[in-house]
Design a protein. Structure first.
Length: 445
């Protein structure tokens, strides 16, 4: 019995020093070529022109960090010999740690929800943190919407920002030309964005992979260019300003009599509107999460997952892949329309420059890094990505470089995202855990 357990737990390590040495030399040369030409030299403006200054010490530290990181990858991950899986035995340290992490994971989402509900009332919460939280929740909602298309249905969409723009411009134009309120425009913006999702879905029904990505990217650029050039209707590059702010079900947030503070007997503060916007986007994000989780358990949700796994097998089972794809695009576009409508009323001004390809890339990065199909992973990735941009705002010169390196490291460390495991929509039978003792007894018989 002991010998069998030792064979199961045993993990063989093998490090080819010659191979590792060559790899580190190549890594150092590549890092020197990249950072030696970008970080080691810098131009500064001086009287009469430009001057070149050198920063060889900074470049050296960066190159040394890259080489050291490559060495750690070899030692921690790549040195394990192939074909030697390690089984975690019950009662072992790894088994106990896994159990603790599983319990923490089960309580993480409720704890996060409670924290989000009380966050505006905490002593350290100020206007800056509230604005940052609103921005993060907006990207969480967008990530959950795109997760339907990319994570559940497996359709790569690089033009998701187009639905975001449609929702924002729908609210702005309806409020400008017809005087509609935010609560009237919110469902209309979602419906219009879903309609355009269906329009996008029809031309791409027979496309897969890279071809699908190119078409969705083109769709996003077409929408942006139309908004940019249709000056008489959309304002073109000047955008639309004076977009009405949302009210608390008809009660405005102003100093006048009958305002929010006057009706509820509070001292007027501009923070009231910010807190209301925070809870508004939190409610919209939770609605997105609730609907997505419910749809996953319905036949349409299981059809999305079947389409993601194998489209040919999905069609052979009698599923109408045309309907499945259109519903995925329409549902994801609807939630982007809701988020765009909120973005317009929060900013009070929108222009085509707010809906570039970079926004689509950022939302897609949040979905992929969080783990495609994982709801909580999108939340973690949005906090890290959007909050991280603010943390490194002072290091503006190196901000994109730091995030590029971080994303490369995450995709090496967790190629399927931060949360790589997904809870199945349905269980066919009760899951059972087979211990090593049972395996040993079976082998004995």
């Amino acid at each position: 019995m002991t010998d069998i357990k030792n064979e199961v737990v045993k993990s063989r390590w093998h490090l080819d020093f010659k191979k590792v040495g060559k790899d580190l030399v190549v890594t150092a040369l590549l890092a020197t070529a990249i950072f030696g030409s970008t970080v080691a030299f810098k131009t500064v403006t001086v009287e009469g022109g430009l001057a070149l200054i050198t920063r060889f010490d900074v470049a050296f530290y960066i190159i040394a960090t890259v080489v050291l990181g490559r060495l750690l990858l070899w030692l921690l991950f790549w040195s394990r010999s192939a074909g030697q899986p390690t089984q975690v035995l019950p009662g072992s340290l790894k088994h106990n740690v896994a159990g603790i992490m599983s319990k923490i994971g089960k309580g993480f989402a409720p704890t996060l929800l409670i924290f989000a509900l009380v966050f505006p009332f905490l002593p350290f919460t100020d206007r800056y943190l509230l604005d940052m939280s609103i921005l993060i929740l907006t990207y969480v909602m967008l990530g959950w919407g795109l997760n339907i298309v990319v994570g559940l249905a497996g359709l790569l969409d690089l033009g998701y920002v187009a639905f975001y723009a449609i929702g924002a411009y729908s609210y702005a134009l309806l409020a400008q030309y017809f005087g509609f309120s935010f609560w009237m425009c919110l469902p209309l913006a979602g419906i219009l964005a879903a309609f355009w999702g269906i329009i996008l879905g029809f031309p791409v029904l027979r496309l897969r992979g890279d071809y699908l990505a190119i078409v969705t990217l083109a769709f996003g650029e077409i929408i942006r260019i139309v908004l940019l050039n249709w000056y008489q209707f959309t304002g073109g590059p000047d955008g639309i300003s004076g977009i009405p702010r949302p009210s608390f079900f008809g009660i405005p947030f102003n100093r006048s009599e009958g305002g929010f503070a006057d009706i509820f007997g509070l001292e007027y503060s501009s923070i009231h509107r910010i807190v209301f916007l925070y809870f508004l986007i939190l409610a919209l994000a939770l609605l997105t999460n609730f609907v997505t989780n419910r749809l996953r358990r319905l036949p349409i949700g299981r059809a999305w997952e079947a389409l993601r796994e194998d489209e040919i097998a999905c069609r052979s089972l009698g599923l109408n892949t045309t309907t499945v794809k259109l519903t995925a695009f329409a549902t994801g576009g609807m939630f982007a329309g809701f988020a765009g409508s909120f973005f317009a009323t929060r900013q009070g001004f929108i222009s085509p420059e707010s809906f570039t390809f970079i926004e689509s890339a950022l939302i897609l990065a949040i979905v992929v890094l969080g783990g495609m199909g994982s709801q909580i992973g999108v939340v973690i990735a949005a906090v890290v990505m959007i909050g991280g941009f603010e943390v490194f705002r002072e290091a503006e010169q190196y901000r994109m470089l730091i995030f590029g390196l971080a994303m490369v490291f995450i995709m090496i460390w967790r190629p399927r995202g931060l949360i790589s495991t997904r809870i199945p929509s349905i269980f066919l039978k009760e899951r059972k855990t087979v211990s090593s003792d049972m395996v040993a007894q079976g082998e004995g018989h």
